[in-house]
Every structure is written in C-alpha cells, then in structure tokens.
Design a protein around this ligand. Sequence first.
Ligand SMILES: [Zn+2]
Length: 193
Amino acid sequence: MELTDFTEFEPFNALRRQMGAEKLGFFELFDPAIHLTGEERSELENAGRLLPLEKVEVLGDKTLAIKNSRVLMYIPDESWHRSHRAYPSFHVALCETLEQCRQEDPKREYLVTTRIADDYQLLKIRPSGEVSVSEHGFVICKHCLHRLRYKNYDEYRNRRRGHSQKILSDFSLAEFFRLYKQYPLSFNAKRES
Ligand SMILES: [Zn+2]
C-alpha cells in the first residue's frame, strides 16, 4: 500500500502557511513495544509491577525505565532489609546496591512503580506466609544519588559532606522527576540521556 505524502498535499500546506507553522513538527506513532499502554501506566502508577532487574531498562544516564517512562524500584520484602541491615530505600538509578543485588540473585524481583510517594509499602512476610504492611518509611538510596551525582551529591568526598547531607535530607521525588523527566520519554531523549 502506498501512503500519501502529506508534505506535498497542497491543501495541508496552505493550512500550515495560514497557521504560520514553519516546521512540519514531530510525532511518534503509538507502538506498544516502546510506549506504555494506558493499562500499563495505571498498573505502574497504582499497585506497581514485580519485575527482575533484567526487565528494567537502564538509560544512558543510569536512571531506570520501563518503555517510555522513568520508574523507581525497591525490594518490598522487609526480611531482606533486615538480613542486609539496610534501611528501606528506593532506587532511581542502577546503583552499587542494585548491582550487588543482581550479583547475589539475578532473578530477585523488585516492586517497580511510577508512583510518587513517601510511603511505599514494605511488606512483612512471616515464615508462616502471613503478610502485613510494615510501619517503616522509605528513603532515597544514597548510592543512586552518588551514581547520578545528583546536584553534585558525593558520598565519599569529605569536603562535600555538608552539601551532600543537605541534598539527601531535602530530597523530593517530585523534584527529582522535574529534573529527570518521568514521562513520556521520546526515543531521542532516551538515546541522548
Ligand atoms: Zn540505589
């Protein structure tokens, strides 16, 4: 089937001139292989999705994405945090901790979400299989901030300790996703990032 080339379709060109639109503009056709469907977006925004790290794309800037949306992820199991003596934290980049977790167990599943909250649900799973919600709050992962050098955050430089401490305590996910656009990511943005 031959498609009409609308750039040579005079009535449209006349209309464009009338509108004062010089450029042809840019658009992407919807492709479910690279664009989240409405259903996927609402799943990520609400319950989130349990996925191993290999199903999450690591962008050029080391942030994490599912198709055309940046995401964050965390281990929802409280006993993991207890056995690793780790404070519950969520990840926004492929950091040292995630790399270690991947080595430890490549099939480990993470709760992947686009929801901006500070009360992600950490689940207590008892040996009996009983599940309840833990009262622990989540914090941003320091290693992620370091990996991104978020606002010049540096975990190891003493000279920057005061500055880095402030970045950590002032961290807001809403602001993070203002600096690192959450959605929609265009193909070009993903490549350049
Ligand atoms: Zn991290």
